[in-house]
Design a protein around this ligand. Sequence first.
Ligand code: GLC
Ligand code: CA
Length: 571
Amino acid sequence: MKTMTKEKTILGQPTADWKEEVVYQIYPKSFSDSNNDGIGDLKGITAKLDYLKELGVTMLWICPIFTSPMVDNGYDIADYQAIQPEFGTMADLEELIAAAKEKGMKIMLDLVVNHSSDEHEWFQKALADSQSPYRDYYIFKKGQAGNPPNNWRSIFGGSVWEPVANEADMYYFHTFDKKQPDLNWENPALRQEIYQMINWWLDKGIAGFRIDSITFIKKDQDYGDVPPDGSDGLGSVKVKTRNRPGIEKFLAELNQETFRQHDCVSVGEAPGVPYEQFDQYIGPDGYFNMIFDFHYADIDVENGSEWFRQTKWQPQDLKELMVKSQEAIQANGWGANFLENHDQPRSLSKYITDKNYQNAIGAKALGTLFFFLRGTPFIYQGQEIGMKNFQRTSLADFNDVSSIDNYHRSIQEGYTKEQALGFVNQRSRDNTRTPFQWDASATAGFSQTATPWMKLVGDQQEVNAADQVNHEQSVFHYYQQMIQLRNHSDYRNTLIYGQFQSLGADPAIIAYERIGQERIQVIVNLSNQPQHFDGAGELLLSNYPDTPASSEQWQLQPYQALVLRKEDHHE
Ligand code: GLC
Ligand code: CA
C-alpha cells in the first residue's frame, strides 16, 4: 500500500542511505590474521579499519563468520547464532561493529538460508529420528528402485541426492555440496525459525544482510527429471530450482517478516532472475533493496555454467550486457554493482585480455568502468590494489570445492589434464580467496610468521597495500579518488542519483553518461589499441598522467579511462 508520507528525493529519485554507501566485501578467512594461526579473523578486520577508512568505504559486507565445518568456507552453517572459533568470538564481532561505527562504517553480514550445514543440530536431529519434527526442516525423499529420486546435478557436481545411512532407499537433497543440505521452505515452522534468527541479528545492530543463493529456495514440487546436459547423464539443478514459480510467496513473506520491520539494507544474490521480473525483486514493493545481477560477470562462460564452456567475448558484448543490465535496473529500482566477489576470478585477469595491461592501468580502467554505474558500488578486498589471478600447477593446491568438481567434469567431457587445469586456474573461486597482500614480505603481511591457510598468488613484491598507500599513482589512490568524486564532490548528486544513459562510441570503447545537475561521462577504451572519442568535456579523472584538462577530441591510449564533465555548446 502507498503511504502518504512524503519521501525525500534528489533529482526526482527517492533517497536512501543504502544508495549512497560504498561497500567493501571482506572474505574473513583471507583478510588479516591477528593471532598468527594462518587464518584471517575478526580482530584482524578490526585492526585494519583505519586502512578501510582511508580508502573511504562506508559499509563492510563480511562473508559468513558463523559456526561451520568450513567445507564451503562458512557457507555451510552449523549454528546461525554463534561465531566460528577460528574467526573469534561474539565479543570480537561486537567490538568490530562498535569500532567500525566509531569510524563511520556499517557492517553487513551474510545470510545463508537456502541450506545449512549437515552438522547443524536440526539436521542431526532429522537424521537421528525420521519422526522428528526437524525431519521436515529438510528435504528427504525415497529413491526409485535403488536410484536417486531424479537426475538433477548439484552446483558442486554429482547428484543432488545423498543416500541416508541406515535407511534403505532414502535420500536427502542438496543444491550445493552434500554437506550443505537444503532447508525446506515449504515448511512454515522452518520459515518462522529463520525469521526469528534474522530479526535477532538485526536487533543486535548490524546494518543488514547480503542474502546468499536466495533464488534457490523454491523447488518444483514434482521433483521430475530434467533433460541431461552432460556425459554424466545428469541435468543442472537450476532448471527446476532457481527462481521457480511460487518463490514470490516465500520472498514476500521473508521481506515482510524481517527486513521491512527494520531500518536495514538487504542485497539479494539473485542469479537466474530475468529482467522482466526485476520489478518484483527490486521495485517499490520489491523483496530486496537491491540485487546482484550476474549477466556480465559470467561473460566468459556460457550462461554462467561449467567452466569448460568458455565464450569468446568481445568488448562490445560486455558493453551490451552492461547497458542492458543498467537499463533494466534503472527501469525498476536499484542495483548492486561489482567487478569481483568471492565466487569470481580477479577482474584484471578476466576482463583485460592483453596481459601487458593487467597492471595499474588496467585495474584503474576497470574500476572507472564499474564504479560510476548507477547503483551501489561493491569493492571486493584486493580489487583496490589490483590483485590478480594465480597460476597453480597442481590440483592439490586448490581448496574450493567447485574448482575440484570443475576439474573432474572437464576431464569427463574429454579435455586433457592440462586443459582442465587451465580452466580451473582461469575461473577458480580460490583466485579471489588468496590472502590479502598487505606488504611485500613472505606472508604478504597477512600473518606474522605462520604459513597462510591458502597459498599466496606470489606477486606481493609488485602488488601490495603498503606500497600503494604511499604512492600517488597507485590503484589504491585511484580508488580513493573515485570514492571522493562519487560521494564528496560537487557532482555527488549526479553520480549517485543521476540517470544512466549509454553513449555511442567505437566498438572497443564502453561509454556512458550520468545525467543530473550536469552530465558526467565515463569513457573506457577496453582495447590495447589507441582510440578516439569526440565530445567537449572537462577532465575529472583519468588513469593516464598528462591527459589534457579539457578537450573536444580525446585521444585514448590503450585501456585509457576518462571521467569528463560534459561541456555544453552555447549557441
Ligand atoms: C553462494 C555463495 C557461494 C557459495 C554458495 C553456496 O553462491 O556466494 O560462495 O558457495 O552460495 O552457499
Ligand atoms: Ca587467525
